[in-house]
Design a protein around this ligand. Sequence first.
Ligand code: SF4
Length: 400
Amino acid sequence: GQCVTHCPTGALHERDDTAAVRRALADPETTTIIQVAPAVRVAWAEGMGLSETEMSTEKMVGILKAMGFDYVFDTNFAADLTILEEGSELLERLQDKESHQWPMFTSCCPAWVKFLKQQYPLFNDALSTVKSPQQMFGAVTKSYFSDTSGIDPHKMMVISIMPCIAKKEENKLENMRSACGDLDVDVILTTRELIRLMKAQHVNINQIDSQPFDSPLGSSTGAGVIFGASGGVMDAALRSAYYLIEGKNADADAFNVVRGIKGWKEATFTIPSFGQIRVAVVSGLGNAKALMEAVSKGEAAYDFVEVMACPGGCAGGGGQPIHEAMECAEARGEQLWLIDQRAAIRYSHENEAVLTLYRDFLGKPLGAKAHALLHTDENWHHKAAYKSQEMVKAIAINIA
Ligand code: SF4
């Protein structure tokens, strides 16, 4: 197919980082740890001449292993982790409404975060403090995974494959460092660079078997994979927020009106023990601007808003394969929703590997360690924002 791309940060200036990855693969002293973003798995094969049935996630993992990466992990794991932190943060803010600015905005798209900080700085505090899945993955790899595997974090190279140009700079933003002092993520390649690298390594893809992701940072749920499509973060967050409040799951498709390619979606959901939650989902910076104007003027009011800079979300990201005169965001997004529908587990709070991470290492969502590693604000404990300890306890109990 032929797709056009809408990169809000300028795909024309893409820097090629494949040489650094090739050097690391050839260096026996470096442990190469790769994470693959949700939207990459439904686009990588477009550049490899494979049919839709051949372009499975497991085939991609098999190729990455054949290329010599030491560990092939999944950003979806970190997406589930993001949901537990962000869902808990939303509930905590809702418990203490007066201390916060509304609505709470998602923080996983760096182009959107930059846009808000530059164009609407008065709303800075309304941004969720959670790091993006890419950054959480690096923070957990260089602490928890380093501890459990015995690999020196300074000898790790954490490599991300992202559908995105803006992600190439996100790793250098403030507070994106791990406990070891190094950057959470070392090198970021776009889907297009991954395709170039696969071709340069001369891997015979027809002879490669499908393989699963490595563990423990390779397991994920249907709620993790939909981060790559507009509405996915909202849908996944609502599934877990509902559970955290009610102690039982809503139907995994209960929040499906937030899905789809439309640029500005709105919905109000009722969570019985809590009341109503008003949400909006926008994609494309034009829609983000329109929403911000409406919110600024008091013409629209929400509790939680998902914003993605690229129309349709990361599926149509600026780092994805580009084909002339055709939109691919919608078709790729539908593939992601399909993966979710077929997943054995569809709730982030049921990801066993994430729960083990909390039990053995992080403690509870929004706890001190989780906050230090997974959030961007350093002085959080000084803020009235985090007074609501009772709520945090309730969250931790529901998760355990
Ligand atoms: Fe990157 Fe996704 Fe944001 Fe586009 S929507 S800029 S691909 S994070």
